[in-house]
Design a protein around this ligand. Structure first.
Ligand code: DX5
Ligand code: ZN
Length: 218
């Protein structure tokens, strides 16, 4: 999978119709999406519950799309194996979780899956700096995690730029993903700030023209 030098779109299936997941996935794949964003919530780290490994396993059987799994769970270290076995291609976990960050990155990497770190809006850019050379991506949350359909937080833009500048020295290929309130207007600001992977749920799944919605974000 060559993701270099391109703006990648990762539709969040949190806004899809879970009863028709296969056709929802085909719709975004045919619409030009580069990856699929899978939001995993445990009702503890965030005040909402979504899906877990059995659904990821079924998605893996249904598509060859790159599976970008965003774990909003308290103890990601304990579930790495389960998500790896289910077929995740990338596992993103929160720096605010209870797991040891270096050990969790190591566990994901040694399983042959790409590791990524996620920061909530209140967490500074510096929190990921010590790990930038060991991870494939940083996800900068542009809303409080837990729910789709919230408004983009403009004050997250300097955080994206700070991470991009730091990464230029230690890991120039680092992907920076943004998640929450992404529509064409906010996508443009994120790209200008240094992001290259855009997650979008309600905007893409709510659109009647899926391909048009996806291309309008690039
Ligand atoms: C929020 C999730 C997001 C969410 C984004 O906690 O991490 O991925 O689905 O939804 P929109 O694009 O509707 O803000
Ligand atoms: Zn997400």
């Amino acid at each position: 999978m060559d993701f270099k030098n391109k703006i990648k779109i990762s539709p969040s299936i949190l806004s899809a119709d879970y009863a028709s997941l296969k056709s929802e996935i085909e719709k975004v794949k045919n619409g030009g999406a580069d990856m699929l964003h899978v939001d995993v919530m445990d009702g503890h780290f965030v005040p909402n519950i979504s899906i877990g490994p059995p659904v990821v396993k079924s998605i893996r059987k249904a598509t060859d799309m790159f599976l970008d799994c965003h774990l909003m769970i308290s103890n990601p270290y304990d579930y790495v194996e389960s998500f790896v076995k289910s077929g995740a291609d990338l596992i993103a976990f929160h720096v605010e979780s209870n797991s040891d960050i270096s050990e969790t990155i190591e566990k994901i990497t040694s399983a042959g899956v790409l590791p990524a770190l996620v920061v909530k809006p209140g967490t500074p850019a510096e929190s990921v700096f010590p790990y930038l050379s060991k991870i494939a991506m940083v996800l900068v949350m542009t809303v409080e995690p837990g729910f789709g359909g919230q408004s983009f937080m403009d004050d997250m833009l300097p955080k994206i730029t700070a991470i991009r500048e730091k990464a230029d020295g230690v890991n120039p290929g680092l992907m920076i993903q943004v998640d929450g309130g992404i529509v064409p207007e906010t996508a443009k600001k994120c790209i200008a700030a240094g992001a290259d992977v855009l997650v979008s749920g309600s905007y893409i799944f709510g659109a009647s023209d899926t391909a048009g919605a996806i291309s309008s974000l690039r």
